[in-house]
Structures are given as C-alpha cells and as structure tokens.
Design a binder for this molecule. Structure first.
Ligand code: 6PG
Length: 478
C-alpha cells in the first residue's frame, strides 16, 4: 500500500492542498520539517481521507507509489532549494517534484534543468485561490514536461476548481518554468485589478463623499454585470464590514500602506526585460510602493500643494456609471497587457502556450476569476494569432463604449487631485497603442543627435544618421 502523491510543508497552503487531494480519494503522504504540524493535520483533519504521515523525508519518499510525485509547499528561495535537494537525493529517475509555491520562473527553469540532468522531473505549478482555494478547488498552472503532466494532470484536474461548463481549471501550461511564469502574470493582473478597484473606491469616497457602506452597495451592484468577479465581490464584503473595536467601517481603520510579497514586481521586472509595456500592472505595483514610502509621504504631506479645482458633480448616478465603465476599460487594458507578456515570454523561452486556455483556467478558483474571462478565451479561439487582445472585435467594441466615461473620470481625477495611476496609465496606453503617429520620432532624433544611434525614415528604406555637430548632412548607414 503506497500513497498516490505526497505533500511536504504543512503550513496552511500545503495542508489544505493535501486535504483537498485526500477528500478527492487520493492517498496522500504528508510531511513537515517539524513533526508537530503533521500531527496537527492528522488530529484535526485525519477524517478527510487517507493520509500517510511521515516523520522523516526518507519515510515520506518511501511511502510514495512510483513514479513518485512529491509536492513542495515551502517558502520560496533557499528553503525550496534545500527541500528539492533533499527530495531529489532520495528519489529515482522518472520521479516528479512539484513546487506549488510562488517561485520566480527563472528559478524554476534552473531547478528543472538540474533535475532533468538526473532524469527526474521538476514541475513548477502555479496555484491560485489562497487558502480557501487550495482546500476547495484552486486554479492550477503546471509547467514541466508533458510526461510529468500525464502522471500529475489527472490528480490536479480532479482537485482543481471547475468552471461553469464543468471543465477543470488546470491544464499543462508549457515546458519548464511556463507554469510559474503564467502564475506570475496572473498575480500582476491581480495587482492591477486590486488597484483600479481601489481607485474607483477612492473617487466615490473623495468626489462623491460616499461612505464605505454606500460604496460597498455600488460594488455589489457592479458584481451583477460585466465586472462580476471575485475581487469585486470581496470588495463589497470588505466595504460593508464594520470594525469590531470601534464600530467604524473596517476599511477606515486599516493603515493605508499596502504590502507586497514580490510577484507583482517580478511581473514588472520580467516585462521590462522582455520589452512588454505592462503599464497598468507597473503602476499598480508602484502604487503599493508609494503607499509604503512613509518618509516620502511625510515629507510631501502639507508641503506639496494641490491647487485642486472644486468640480460640481451634477449627476452622481452618471458619475458612478462613468466609474464603472472606466473600471471595465482599465481592466481590459491590463489583461491585454498581461496576455502580451505571456505571449512574449512564450516566444522568448520556447513555450507552447495556448493563450485562450490560460483565460479558461482562470475562470474559477483563482483570485482574478471573473465572468469576462470567457470572452478572452473566445477571442483567442477566433484568432489564435491575435497580437493584441484589445484589437479583437468584441473587446474593441466593448472598450469603445467606455471611452467617453473613461476620459471624463481621468480628467476629473486630474483636475481634482485624486491619484488614479491605473485609470490614467491604461488610458494613456490605449491612446498610445492606437495612435497613428507617436512622438517616438522625436526621441529617435534626439538619440541620433547625442549618440549617433541612427533612425529610419518614413519614406525610404535603410538606416540614417545626421552629422549633427558638423554640416548636418544626412548619411545612409550600411
Ligand atoms: C493567489 C494569490 C497568492 C497570494 C499573493 C499575494 O493567486 O492565490 O496571488 O499567490 O495571495 O502572493 O501577493 P502579495 O502579498 O504580493 O499581495
């Protein structure tokens, strides 16, 4: 008698994943560096299914059916490397190690290559949905070899969330680090979604003077339309929540400094390396940094003047309707940018990623689950080679309906001094990407002036340079 699969790392995410597997009829070996946690899982949740608790890594590996599958759910970085080394030394060729934590995809690529040398499989699997998702059905994004997916896929698809059409929110994303790459971008989009929702909240609070409860009602309403999503839903719940100590709206007693564990920043850094403009995600990530930059905020507060205009809002209902449209438009842009990054990453690293499937496995289980993801899948089904999600007929039509509102919101925010980094940057992106002509021409000219970096012409083939400091003669480069 042997376990179908094992999980090491019995913190909440690891134990919930193990329990989910057990509840679905798999025999699950469990292990934790300190035995107490393993014992606690058995004591509290032993009836969830068939567990094989192990005190040592040797026993843990020994209890697994071959080819073995061991999931690691420990801290990213050093701790993950240590557990991989230990597991791998106890395992055989053909065995599979899965890292289900949030790892940087380049680490995953390095680890996969190292294990491949030994004939073992290393799978970086993105798992989204928080603690609740891990237990009741997450969205799972596994990378690694096809062969490893043959063994793993059926188990993961069983425990994953199911979309409305019954399909599991799990698919083989692509080779080596593809799964963690896609999970990284998922988190970047999560950052953008959260920030733009917060900007809408801020505008309702500052421009309309609405209290948290009333704003919560608006989000509840929005959750019945195109914006329907987990993040909008929990926003309504959070805004309706009252602080137990003071009785005040909970959001009003929370310190306004947003933390981050790094996945948003990874998305942005990677995008910079790949040259993909994920401006919504970047602004959302920087917005967290601004909020946490206490000395700078201290220095600016009361010193930097706003010169805000006091603008009348004649029709609050119309203003809220504008906000809803602006939110939808900004969201479409950040998803389009995120998918750009996935496409570029796939190109760069040779991953065969089906973009529409990524939207499909995000429909349930994960933090950015939303109604409109179906539309993204449909867009890529219509045209798998779509180079800009926004240019798909459905999305271009949808966003067109939002534009006047989107502009009114950004203009209002600028005039009244309300910071809206995601609303504004996504609108700028939209106007940039659709522009007939960009001022990049001037940038090229400047570059040519001070660095002889050359330029191309609108009316002739080839590469040119002007002898700026001499006779300003144009020369053709070869
Ligand atoms: C998920 C979440 C999860 C986690 C993030 C939060 O998909 O389930 O994204 O991975 O909550 O790490 O990240 P920050 O702490 O950076 O906000």
């Amino acid at each position: 008698d042997a376990a179908d699969i094992g999980v090491t790392g019995m913190a909440v995410m690891g134990s919930n994943l193990a329990r989910n597997l057990a509840r679905n009829g798999f025999k699950v070996a469990i292990h934790n560096r300190s035995v107490g946690k393993t014992e606690a899982v058995i004591a509290e949740h032993g009836t969830d299914g068939e567990f094989f608790p192990s005190e040592s890594m040797e026993d843990f590996v020994g209890s697994l059916q071959k080819p073995r599958v061991a999931i690691i759910m420990v801290k990213a970085g050093g701790p993950t490397d240590a557990v991989i080394d230990e597991l791998s030394s106890l395992m055989d060729e053909g065995d599979i190690i899965v890292d289900a934590g949030n790892a940087l995809f380049t680490d995953t690529r390095r680890r996969e290559a190292a294990l491949r040398e030994k004939g073992q499989h290393f799978v970086g699997a993105g798992v989204s949905g928080g603690e609740e998702g891990a237990l009741n059905g997450p969205s799972i994004m596994p990378g690694g070899t096809k062969e490893s997916y043959d063994r793993l896929g059926p188990m993961f698809e069983t425990i994953a969330a199911k979309a409305e059409d019954g399909k599991p929110c799990c698919t083989h994303v692509g080779a080596d680090g593809a799964g963690h790459f896609v999970k990284m971008v998922h988190n970047g989009i999560e950052y953008a979604d959260m920030q733009v929702i917060s900007e809408a909240y801020d505008m309702m609070s500052k421009a309309l003077g609405m209290d948290a409860d009333a704003i919560g009602d608006v989000f509840e309403e929005w959750n019945k339309g195109d914006l329907e999503s987990f993040l909008i839903e929990i926003t309504a719940t959070v805004l309706h929540h009252k602080d137990a100590t003071t009785g005040e709206p909970f959001v009003d007693v929370v310190l306004d400094q947003a933390a981050q564990k790094g996945t948003g920043a990874w998305t942005v850094k990677t995008a910079l390396d790949l040259g993909v403009p994920v401006t919504g995600i970047a602004e959302a990530t920087f917005a967290r940094s601004i909020s946490g930059g206490t000395p700078q905020r201290e220095a600016a507060r009361g010193v930097l003047v706003g010169e805000e205009q006091q603008l009348e809002i004649a029709d609050p209902k119309q203003f809220i309707d504008d906000l809803q449209k602006a939110l939808y438009a900004a969201k479409l842009v950040s998803y389009s940018q995120g998918f750009d990054e996935i496409a570029k990453g796939a190109d760069e690293y040779g991953w065969d990623i089906t973009l529409g499937d990524m939207a499909a496995i995000w429909r349930e289980g994960c933090i950015i689950r939303a109604r409109f993801l179906d539309r993204i899948t449909e867009a890529y089904d219509r045209n798998p080679g779509l180079s800009l999600l926004l240019s798909d007929e459905y999305f271009s039509t949808e966003i067109a309906k939002c534009i006047p509102a989107w502009r009114r919101i950004v203009a209002f925010a600028a005039s009244t001094g309300c910071p809206v980094p995601v609303f504004a940057s996504t609108l700028s992106y939209y106007d940039s990407v659709r522009a007939e002509r960009l001022p990049a021409a001037l940038v090229q000219a400047q570059r040519d002036y001070f660095g002889a970096h050359t330029y191309q012409r609108v009316d002739a083939e080839g590469t040119f340079h002007v002898e700026w400091t001499e006779d300003r003669r144009e020369t053709k480069q070869d």
